[in-house]
Write a protein that binds this ligand. Structure first.
Ligand SMILES: Nc1ncnc2c1ncn2[C@@H]1O[C@H](COP(=O)(O)OP(=O)(O)OP(=O)(O)O)[C@@H](O)[C@H]1O
Length: 291
């Protein structure tokens, strides 16, 4: 299986934060959602994928190439979106296009105008008059207009209204029909991911908690509720996190089948959402998981 992006043992330190030993590989033809709390390091990892920040150590390869020798070739094939403003306030979208289009070998003016029309974006108005959502749509129109092979998006749906968010997800699904495109996106909106993501990479405190197939997560992660008397040092090994309350315990497992075999009808088991996984992973008592 071809990897579009590979990060190997990547480290990056700031004064008060570090990304530690991140190794990730993203397969061609799939959508990966990057999740994690505020300040977990998602944007930092994404910026390193785009060479907007350089790792202190480790290796980043995109399409099998290295930024030090092939930056232009790599960037030519990436459509990227950031939630931060990346367009110039004093320019119109028409003028932005004039600057950006020559940067891409496959820039498609007809497609750009098609997206501007679809997104109802005025071409002759300065960007400073655009709302947050309009700016996001403008960035999206640009990212979609040069036939990129890879889309890297940092919170692309932030600031978008629910109707356009749904349209955005439909556009992403259409792009993926091609079979050769790859999307990596970070988001705090978990429901966006359940409709499009094939893989989930979960980041906390600058480290990868896991990177797994969505299907695997849906099948194996579960919330378990039961009486405290069921817990001991052996049974707790089946949980990633346990919260004890006056009424019993609530726990997260990544092995629902094993838990069901162990406790049978003595516990209530229900599927864990991505929110549940994040919530329970950050609280309660954390113990080693049984694989
Ligand atoms: N250039 C920088 N200099 C110093 N610290 C930085 C820099 N960039 C990021 N950080 C710090 O790194 C940490 C991770 O930030 P990052 O933006 O990667 O997190 P995030 O997971 O994308 O967060 P959010 O979901 O809130 O956008 C934060 O504590 C942030 O303050």
């Amino acid at each position: 299986m071809e990897h579009v992006i590979e990060l190997k043992n990547v480290n990056k330190s700031f004064d008060r934060f570090q990304v530690s030993d991140v190794s990730l590989a993203f397969k061609k033809g799939f959508v990966t959602g990057i999740i994690g709390s505020n300040g977990a390091g998602k944007s930092t990892i994404i910026k390193m994928m785009l060479n907007l920040q350089q790792p202190d150590s480790g290796d980043v390869r995109v399409f099998g190439m290295d930024y030090s020798s092939s930056e232009k070739n790599i960037k030519d094939r990436i459509g990227f979106i950031f939630s931060e403003d990346v367009l110039y306030d004093e320019l119109t979208l028409h003028d932005q296009r004039k600057i950006i289009a020559p940067c891409y070998r496959q820039w498609d003016d007809a497609l750009f105008h098609q997206y501007c029309e679809m997104f109802e974006l005025p071409l002759k108005q300065k960007m400073k008059s655009f709302s947050k959502g309009m700016k996001m749509k403008a960035t999206l129109a640009i990212a979609l207009s040069h036939h990129a092979d890879l889309f890297i998006m940092d919170e692309p749906t932030a600031g978008l209204d629910p109707v356009f968010r749904r349209e955005f997800l439909e556009i992403m699904q259409d792009i993926m029909l091609d079979g050769n495109k790859t999307i990596i996106l970070s988001t705090h909106i978990m429901s966006d991911l359940s409709s499009i993501a094939d893989y989930i990479t979960y980041v906390e405190k600058g480290k990868i908690v896991f990177s797994k197939e969505m299907h695997d997560i849906e099948e194996n992660y579960a919330l378990v509720r039961g009486g405290i008397e069921l817990l001991d040092s052996d049974t707790e090994q089946y949980f990633l996190s346990v919260k004890k309350t006056g009424a019993g315990f609530e726990a997260l497992t990544s092995d629902a089948v094993a838990v069901e075999m162990l406790f049978g009808a003595n516990v209530v088991i229900e599927k864990a959402s991505l929110e549940d996984i994040m919530y329970y992973s950050q609280g309660g008592k954390t113990v080693a998981a049984v694989d």
